[in-house]
Design a protein around this ligand. Sequence first.
Ligand code: NAD
Ligand code: MG
Length: 367
Amino acid sequence: MKKRILILGSTGSIGTQALEVAATHSDKLQVVGLAAHSSSGTLNTQAQQFGLDDSACCLTARDGMDALISLIEATQPDIVLNALVGSAGLRATVTTLQAGLTLALANKESLIVGGELVTELATQNQMLPVDSEHSAIFQCLQSGNSAALKAIWLTASGGPFRGKTREQLADVRAADALAHPTWSMGPKITVDSATLMNKGLEVIEAHHLFGTSYDDITVLLQPRSLIHSMVEFVDGSTIGHLGIADMRVPIQYAFSYPERWPAVADLSVDYRELAGLELGAPDTDTFGCLRLAFQAGRSGGTAPCILNAANEVAVAAFLKDQIVFLDIEACVANALDHFASKILPLESIEQVEELDAQVRSFVDSIV
Ligand code: NAD
Ligand code: MG
């Protein structure tokens, strides 16, 4: 029996790589639906390639988010890949989990914003991480039980500006930030990787996915992106996940789990050439977004929603050259400050959606 998969965000970086995985493993995977925001040409081509008619495809720019939600309900796939970008993915995450479908989660923002509201909906292994670090951790955790987990070592490339000072970052513009050294990704996550906000979001993501306290999650700088993360057990054993930086590996694992299938390409690494693998600590004085994310994560409740919404608006403004690089961090700090009285325990999806909208309009007004 083929696994039936629905790809949300099919025209994006993760979505197109997921379709490559699906095409390679067409004996095991059947694409039953596609959704994207506005690239109708690309979506049509994808639909033709996978033999889908209009009723299995959704463009939210035309049909709205309700149509995307209906597509999840109508197709009832075995796996929904949520590869939308931003907190716009929250409703898709919630609907998928409530429908009892397996969620392959690339859209980390929905987990960061929804926090326990999302994790409480998920049964064991219903939510499979696609983010490379979290897929790595998930795989490492299979060698010991989570009660024996001591610490997570979450690796980070450091982004294109690793080693720079704040003075040097003052003139950075969108074009500079879009040149990431090791991963080729959508524009929003590429900027997040440059500010290290992506790593901050991933710390919060790891906290929710694996139930690990913030004190036990350490960010490890590793510029070559060969170690995708490690877990340390109480007995002194540390298990790491290594390999080429290629998102098709964690995407495929979320589809194949609990099996392993042949890789889509030759992804072998000659580990004899790994001499001089540099490891270190990230510079959170220069890259304050990582510090702010830890802070919001530790505050818990709605704080990560505020952090995320402010970041999304600031990054969009940065991509339009309306603000400079260091303004992103300033916007996030400003929003966390401005909404300090709104940092409350999580109650409902409506609560976070409303706060998300308030923070967006506040940050819109200051950029
Ligand atoms: P992208 O910008 O390349 O693609 C986003 C996709 O979502 C597109 O298909 C777009 O049409 C669709 N989309 C965007 N906004 C939408 C909306 N409001 N409604 C409906 N569809 C919408 O982004 P990406 O790099 O593929 O990232 C997707 C998600 O995966 C993000 O949450 C990102 O953090 C995460 N992620 C990406 C990578 C990567 O290598 N690209 C790695 C790890 C995690
Ligand atoms: Mg990642």
